[in-house]
Write a protein of this length. Structure first.
Length: 194
């Protein structure tokens, strides 16, 4: 699997992937390009606490109970292509297979049909799902926390400005103050746009 494919499949950026590689994500190289074994990546993500371990059941009875279906239903799914083999039934993979083969509009009437408005709606739902995933992964920083950090940085820079004023005169301090104020305006503009 290529780096681009892995990023797409996990919903991560290349930057995040590079961070994981530095932290020990197993990979190979073909020339300058990275390649990845999906099973090794999954095992590393589970060991690193970044993904839940797959729920593996060893019997059809246990797997059907975990899925909340009759054993006969599970056997039909397996015959129709659901993942699983005797002694190894990945409950999450079977549920994903089941959900993927259902009518995409079955749970939400707005997901069936086609129109520009529905496409926008679907796009918004996908964006919300991506944000939810990033929030659960801990990759989002609350706005209030960003403000606290920016205020602390501004305060540090202002103290630096006092030293600059002593060494280089009041113009150096004024220039730094103007720069800090400009940065704050940019931050406020971001909030207005969002």
């Amino acid at each position: 699997m290529t780096a681009a494919d892995l990023c797409t499949s996990l919903g991560i950026t290349r930057r995040k992937l590079n961070t994981w590689i530095q932290r020990g994500l197993p990979h190979g190289r073909k020339g300058r390009a990275y390649n990845f074994d999906p099973a090794a990546v999954e095992a590393w993500l589970v060991a690193a606490g970044l993904a839940a371990a797959p729920r593996i059941e060893t019997t059809q009875d246990a797997a059907s109970a975990a899925l909340g279906v009759n054993r006969r239903t599970l056997r039909e799914w397996l015959a129709n292509g659901a993942p699983g083999r005797p002694g190894h039934y990945d409950v999450d993979a079977i549920a994903k297979w089941r959900d993927g083969r259902d009518d995409p509009g079955s749970g939400d009437p707005l997901l069936s049909g086609s129109s520009p408005e529905l496409e926008r709606y679907r796009g918004f739902r996908a964006d919300l799902a991506a944000l939810d995933l990033e929030a659960r992964r801990g990759n989002l920083v609350p706005r209030a926390e960003i403000h606290q950090i920016m205020d602390a940085i501004a305060e540090t820079l202002r103290r630096c400005g006092e030293r600059l004023e002593k060494n280089f005169g009041s113009e150096a301090r004024e220039l730094l103050d103007e720069t800090i104020d400009s940065c704050k305006r940019h931050l406020e503009q971001l909030e207005i746009e969002n």
